[in-house]
Design a protein around this ligand. Structure first.
Ligand SMILES: C[S@@+](CC[C@H](N)C(=O)[O-])C[C@H]1O[C@@H](n2cnc3c(N)ncnc32)[C@H](O)[C@@H]1O
Length: 202
């Protein structure tokens, strides 16, 4: 009997990986180490590592099944600039990665308690050099309002699944980043009412 395939697949990751990559090309340093927090299936990190070979990519996720999916995709890729995943919970300091030139976190902060956002900001501030970017992608409210009916429905669905989850307001996220030592650098409107948000270490 063949063992079950550990690779997970998220259709959204196929759709958003190229729009996100177009921003990463612009905001990441030309070379160095990139930590991906909440890697999930591993689809993003394989795509980004293939497209940006001068960067060394370190995926992570706290979930064992996610790490198995990422590990299988990393092995399949054969990419020399892509590391096996590490177990990293944004809320648990210290992180197993002590330094990175950039941190990327896609679709995590609304599907985790607010403490994960605070942990992400604190951790990114600890490991980034001055000017190093933290790149977030996902849905956000702005000025206390959802930006689209679909985001309002998604927020209600998230909160029904777990009251600690929910679409965050960009103002709250920006304030949490500032308190941790990360300044706002860029907000880019993305397809399907998502944003890419870039902070840089002070
Ligand atoms: C919706 S998935 C997104 C996965 C992937 N980034 C994507 O966009 O396809 C959310 C991910 O956040 C991770 N996650 C949840 N809480 C976390 C935490 N405290 N620290 C780091 N990752 C967390 C989960 O394990 C899961 O893989």
């Amino acid at each position: 009997m063949t063992p079950p395939d550990p690779r997970r697949h998220a259709p959204a990751a196929e759709r958003n990986r190229d729009p996100i990559l177009a921003i990463l090309v612009r905001v990441l340093p030309p070379a160095g180490h990139v930590l991906e927090v909440a890697g999930g299936t591993g689809q993003h990190v394989v795509h980004f590592a293939a497209a940006l070979p001068a960067l060394i990519w370190q995926p992570s996720d706290p979930d064992e099944g996610a790490r198995a999916s990422i590990a299988a995709r990393v092995a399949d890729s054969g990419l020399a600039n892509l590391r096996p995943p590490v177990a990293l919970d944004a809320t648990a300091a210290p992180w197993p990665v002590e330094r990175a030139d950039a941190v990327v976190c896609i679709n995590m902060i609304h599907i985790a308690p607010w403490a994960a956002t605070l942990g992400l900001m604190a951790g990114a501030a600890r490991i980034l050099p001055p000017g190093g970017p933290l790149v977030l992608y996902g849905p956000y409210a702005r000025g206390g309002r959802h930006t689209a009916p679909s985001n309002a429905a998604f927020d209600a669905d998230l909160r029904a699944r777990n009251p600690a989850w929910g679409v965050r307001d960009l103002d709250d996220v920006t304030a949490a980043a500032a308190a941790a030592g990360l300044d706002p650098a860029d907000v880019v409107e993305m397809p399907a009412n998502n944003l890419t948000v870039v902070f840089r270490r002070r």
